[in-house]
Design a protein around this ligand. Structure first.
Ligand SMILES: [Zn+2]
Length: 154
């Protein structure tokens, strides 16, 4: 009996949260702006519908030069190469973003609670950030490489 009550309360808490978050999520998706007319269907799926690229598919996993990673949609500067590390997840990963580059929201999809981050300038989805990073920031930004453009320092 106790268990049933507990799962009921859990369910209640969950729907309560979704009720709060839903209008916010709707507002958030409306705020996404496509700026780059040359985005591919795959990029749009990730940026607008929070799809995830296949792990180990991005050439940016191997990018080791100095420079900056920009938003593939609006060109905003998002990460410095100094913050890049190999997380072993198969997605380009960073210990921190440039100040003000992203905004975050809680993502409850797939029965998980994750922190989604999206471009503060154009609103498109970029990835999820976790608290188990190996550096002093303890952050691990797992980025979809298709959302990023790397510009090496000249
Ligand atoms: Zn952007």
């Amino acid at each position: 009996m106790k268990n049933i009550r507990r799962s009921f309360l859990k369910l209640l808490g969950f729907s309560y949260l979704s009720a709060i978050l839903l209008p916010y999520n709707l507002a958030h998706s409306a705020a996404k702006k496509i700026i780059n007319p040359n985005l591919t269907e795959e990029q749009k799926k990730i940026m607008l519908d929070q799809a995830t690229e296949k792990p180990f598919s991005s050439p940016l996993n191997f990018e080791k030069r100095k420079g900056f990673f920009h938003c593939a949609n609006c060109d905003a500067k998002l990460f410095s190469s100094d913050a890049k590390f190999d997380s072993g997840t198969g997605w380009p990963s960073f210990s921190e973003s440039l100040p003000g580059a992203f905004k975050t929201t809680i993502d409850y999809s797939f029965g998980m609670k994750r922190i989604e981050y999206y471009c503060a300038n154009c609103g498109v989805h970029h990835g999820h950030v976790f608290d188990d990073g190996p550096t002093s920031t303890q952050k691990k930004f797992c980025s979809n490489g298709l959302c990023l453009i790397f510009k090496p320092e000249i």
